[in-house]
Design a protein around this ligand. Structure first.
Ligand SMILES: Nc1nc2c(c(=O)[nH]1)N[C@H]1C(S)=C(S)[C@@H](COP(=O)(O)OP(=O)(O)OC[C@H]3O[C@@H](n4cnc5c(=O)[nH]c(N)nc54)[C@H](O)[C@@H]3O)O[C@H]1N2
Ligand SMILES: Nc1nc2c(c(=O)[nH]1)N[C@H]1C(S)=C(S)[C@@H](COP(=O)(O)OP(=O)(O)OC[C@H]3O[C@@H](n4cnc5c(=O)[nH]c(N)nc54)[C@H](O)[C@@H]3O)O[C@H]1N2
Ligand code: SF4
Ligand SMILES: [Mo]
Length: 688
């Protein structure tokens, strides 16, 4: 048995990161003592990030949950008693049965995201359970849904340039993505291109690590990227830097677009974005004259009120210039479309007695829990930490505090969320389980088999939900299906030609197997948009009440695109809270090693904004708005345009110190895809 043996074993990084690295776990006395990269992985090639190199500290953290627990104190107090698995499962199934009788099955809500990207864990047995239960359906909109919608309205298919092609790009624009921290192997590939003369441009609201690495950093005001992209298009059309033959063949609406951007001059775009007009012209020239420019469309762009439109507008650029036709040229937001598995076989929607069950948007979890009309009475949280990651924490907390709400949390740790649970269940780490992994960036499918024995009494999601399904008396075959059989079913999906030839046996033999990328050659011929072409003009959007052509719409709070807020305005600063380098969302925020690397949560503030408020570098500051307040340490630095403040990382509250940033963020929804708008947040700041 691998679990008991010592040696070096292959593994997959389970975290929500595009790189999905191949790992090697080094074991002594049955325990992982070292994590390194697998040099045989064709894309990640043995390099891994610091977070995961220190992963053993998390796996064997002294605070790891080892047994099921039942709450004994008030919600949020963190007071629990140890119970057995039998007691925990009996209590959950009994409470769920009672709730179904008294309030209907839709009074139960699962709340999950991708704390572990394993398909069996988060898109597998768990889904079967909540389907068979007839629970409310969670709309998983916290990460990429606005940008996804913006991309799909334009391109139809959720896929772009392959990692292997990036080194052939002669210009790389990283737009709203901090890839040095969040997609490190893309940096390695871009470096290869750079050695051949490729220039790297970063467009961001602050000088993040990626901007420091770039050849040219272009700072702009938050939420104004649509205006910048339109300004670039204005120059491209005006100066004949477009590819009319390409547009004729592969797009719809180019004449309308040309007309539409005539008024979007560089001067117009400069007033909105804060980017000087001459820089916009220079960027347009670089882009229009490049042979094969690649745009990395980052995730930061979509977390705005207008995030879908930002992504859509940027996505139009390589269609206007025809860069798509050349190797390395085009754009990439996500490549998850290539690796679509058989989700029907995995998730078994046929088990659902109520196909019309209500949907609840995860970004509005606070509101949903406080809704008395059709109340949520049972909540099951796993692979997510909403008390830290969901917008408008105060409202979410009020929801979780509701006395009559029965909450179960399955996690590896006593997170800020787990403290509100009635029952806490210990989760196994992915290295203790079998699972299947796809990447949303590279094209390798990977298999994880258990490498270590279970820590404490922990159970994997697969085990937990299959047990719960059996205890609820649901269809036995779906809940007793083996992991291997589920993997086979997931890979058996003839409608996705990219999966051709991928089998469990091949994965067992090679650990990672590449998708059959041959259909990608016909990528532009088979775009699944309504017109079958790249939609520069989208009738679908027009019908949905949005502009059919890419159009700049200001944010709903803070900067309105015309007037910088006066310093004495109630909330004059835009607050951006993107991920940091050493955590993965809120994962690792409780690991001393990772805390040490990050030191403490900071508020980066421009010297001008600091001076007006009498703030010096290193001062403790309060950041607040009408939703809540957070206490951070000021880092005064000229890293952004005045008017924007930045705090990286999703920290947990520590010893009563308020350091969660989502107390500040709104739970409004973006223009498309019902996405989260974390970054469209206006605040004020004062010295403590
Ligand atoms: N180290 C690390 N890696 C991670 C994660 C992590 O927490 N830590 N999280 C993972 C997950 S789930 C995701 S979704 C990805 C996210 O990773 P990325 O795709 O890099 O996206 P973000 O980090 O959310 O935002 C990227 C940048 O967008 C900028 N930004 C914000 N607003 C605007 C704007 O209006 N215009 C422009 N141009 N830029 C703007 C932010 O300043 C930030 O530098 O990373 C994954 N990888
Ligand atoms: N302000 C602000 N908020 C943000 C963001 C931002 O940039 N700024 N980013 C947003 C984005 S893009 C995302 S994707 C979300 C991410 O939010 P989440 O998906 O909630 O991610 P994590 O905070 O990493 O929490 C994952 C949890 O899953 C647990 N876990 C890991 N493996 C397993 C397992 O096998 N089983 C079970 N049951 N649990 C497991 C981990 O211990 C951890 O507590 O946050 C969003 N929130
Ligand atoms: S977090 Fe990303 S870069 Fe780090 S090991 Fe995992 S997949 Fe690789
Ligand atoms: Mo995400």
């Amino acid at each position: 048995m691998t679990e008991a043996a010592d040696g070096v074993f292959p593994a997959v990084c389970p975290l929500d990161c595009p790189d999905t690295c191949g790992l090697l776990l080094h074991k002594e006395n049955g325990k992982i003592v070292k994590v390194t990269g697998d040099p045989n992985h064709p894309i990640t090639k043995g390099a891994i990030c610091n977070k995961v190199r220190n992963m053993a500290e998390r796996i064997y953290h002294p605070e790891r949950l080892l047994h099921p627990l039942r709450r004994t104190g008030p919600k949020g107090s963190g007071q629990f008693e140890r119970i057995t698995w039998e007691e925990a499962l009996a209590e959950i199934t009994e409470r769920f049965r009672d709730l179904i009788t008294s309030h209907g099955s839709e009074s139960i809500l699962p709340y999950s995201f991708y704390g572990n990207m394993g398909k069996l864990s988060v898109d597998g047995m768990d889904r079967r359970f909540f389907n068979a239960l007839g629970a409310s359906e969670l709309e998983q909109t916290i990460c990429n849904s606005a940008g996804n919608a913006g991309w799909v309205h334009t391109m139809g298919f959720y896929g772009g340039v392959s990692p292997e092609d990036i080194e052939h790009a002669d210009l790389i624009i990283v737009w709203g993505g901090n890839i040095v921290s969040t997609n490190m192997h893309q940096v390695v590939l871009a470096e290869k291109a750079r050695k051949k003369g490729t220039r790297i441009v970063v467009i961001d609201v602050h000088r993040n690590r990626t901007a420091q690495w770039a050849d040219w950093f272009i700072p702009l005001y938050p939420g104004t990227d649509t205006a910048l992209a339109l300004g670039i298009m204005n120059v491209l059309f005006a100066e004949g830097l477009t590819d009319t033959a390409f547009m004729e063949r592969y797009t719809v609406g180019h004449e309308l677009l040309e007309e539409h951007v005539r008024g979007c001059t560089p001067e117009w775009a400069a007033r909105i974005t804060g980017v000087p007009a001459e820089d916009i012209v220079r960027l347009a020239h670089m882009y229009g004259r490049a042979h094969a420019a690649h745009i990395h469309v980052g995730n930061g762009l979509q977390h705005h009120d207008n995030g879908g439109m930002i992504v859509r507008t940027i996505t139009c650029l390589p269609a206007v210039t025809g860069h798509w036709q050349r190797r390395g040229g085009g754009a990439t937001k996500s490549n998850s479309g290539y690796a679509r598995l058989n989700s029907v076989a995995l998730e078994r929607p046929d088990l659902r007695p109520n196909p019309q069950a209500r949907h609840i948007n995860m970004n509005r979890i606070g509101e949903a829990l406080l809704d008395n009309e059709k109340p949520v009475m049972g909540l099951f949280v796993y692979c997510s930490n909403p008390l830290v990651v969901a917008p408008d924490t105060e409202r979410v907390t009020r929801g979780f505090e509701r006395e009559e709400l029965f909450t179960v949390v399955h996690d590896l740790f006593m997170t800020d969320t787990a403290k509100y649970a009635d029952i806490v269940l210990p989760a196994a780490s992915s290295f203790e389980s079998t699972d299947l992994f796809t990447s949303y960036w590279h094209h390798y499918i990977q298999l994880q088999e258990p490498v270590i024995e279970r820590v404490g009494e922990s159970k994997s999601n697969y085990e937990l939900f299959s047990l719960l399904g059996q205890m609820m008396g649901f269809d036995n075959e779906a809940f007793s299906e083996s992991e291997e059989s589920m993997i086979r079913a997931a890979l058996n999906h003839s409608v996705n030609p990219y999966l051709n030839g991928i089998t469990l046996e091949a994965l067992q033999e090679h650990r990672h197997v590449k998708l059959d990328m041959s259909p990608q050659e016909r990528f532009l011929e088979m775009l699944p948009t309504p017109s079958g072409k790249i939609e520069l003009y989208s009738e679908t959007l027009e019908r949905a009440g949005l502009p059919g052509l890419p159009t700049y719409v200001p944010l709903k709070e803070g900067y309105d695109g015309e007037h910088r807020p006066e310093p004495d305005a109630l909330y004059p600063l835009m607050f951006i809270s993107p991920p940091n380098h050493n955590f993965l969302n809120s994962t690792f925020a409780n690991v001393p090693k990772h805390q040490e690397l990050e030191k403490e949560p900071l508020l980066q503030i421009h010297p001008e904004d600091a001076a007006v408020r009498g703030i010096a570098d290193g001062d403790k500051v309060t950041v607040w708005n009408e939703r809540g307040a957070s206490e951070l340490r000021a880092k005064v630095a000229d890293r952004m345009l005045p008017g924007t403040v930045i705090s990286q990382g999703l920290w947990w509250d520590k010893n009563g110190q308020r350091q969660r940033v989502n107390v500040l963020t709104p739970d409004r929804l973006a223009d498309m895809g019902k996405g989260a708008v974390f970054f469209s947040t206006a605040v004020n700041v004062k010295r403590q």
